[in-house]
Write a protein that binds this ligand. Structure first.
Ligand code: VGL
Ligand code: ZN
Length: 204
């Protein structure tokens, strides 16, 4: 029962140019992601899905600005502009994304008090999203991750995936990063050290 799945991370309007937390070139990956969706047997999408007033929003912390860091009960937390509010246009998938084939959409970040970068664990590294159990029940043991942002939700998902025993590949050419204080280089190194296979097919 060795099955493979493509996991498309947070390819939502708010992470694309014009969105509330735009990732440079975030929309450029859509054609390549659609190609990978077409060629994948199983497709799973994640959707960043915050209630208004979420604790990861700088606007929820008087005097704080986006991209500052605060201490939460579970550790340091970067503060973000309000983004991906449940049901908003910004929380929708990019309109060009060929999402209909997806077998599962996993939403994360819906608890006001905890952010969730990873598709597997929230930022307390304890609260599970249910994705690992779903994949195991379906006999899926190999994952390819693409989407936004390389250095946050893609990287934390990939690190958790290898820790949980999944064979994990990140297609860097189908990701774009935020790169906050060198986070892109840091997280790429962490993924490589953890045993994530990093592929870049740009030169193909
Ligand atoms: C993300 C910051 C806040 C991501 C989500 O999808 O990488 N980054 N929420
Ligand atoms: Zn978020």
């Amino acid at each position: 029962m060795a099955e493979e799945a493509l996991i498309v991370i947070d390819l939502q309007n708010d992470f694309c140019p014009g969105g509330a937390l735009a990732v440079t070139g975030g929309d450029e990956i859509v054609p390549l992601v659609n190609d990978l969706i077409r060629r994948s047997e199983h497709v799973i999408l994640t959707q960043d899905w915050h209630p208004a007033g979420h604790s990861s929003f700088a606007s929820s912390h008087p005097g704080k600005q986006p991209f500052e860091t605060i201490e939460m009960p579970y550790g340091p937390q970067t503060l973000w502009p309000d983004h991906c509010i449940q049901g908003s246009l910004g929380s929708d998938f990019h309109s060009g994304l060929a999402w209909t084939k997806a077998e599962l959409v996993i939403r994360k970040g819906f608890r006001t008090a905890i952010d969730s970068y990873s598709a597997f664990f929230e930022n307390d590294h304890t609260t599970q999203t249910g994705l690992a159990g779903y994949l195991r029940e379906r006999g899926i043991d190999s994952l390819t991750l693409v989407g936004l942002a390389t250095d946050f939700c893609v990287a934390f998902s990939a690190l958790d995936a290898v820790k949980l025993g999944f064979r994990t590949t990140v297609r860097l050419d189908a990701c774009r990063g935020i790169d906050l204080n060198g986070s892109l280089e840091t997280m790429i190194a962490r993924m490589r050290e953890a045993g994530v296979t990093l592929e870049d097919h740009l030169s193909d």
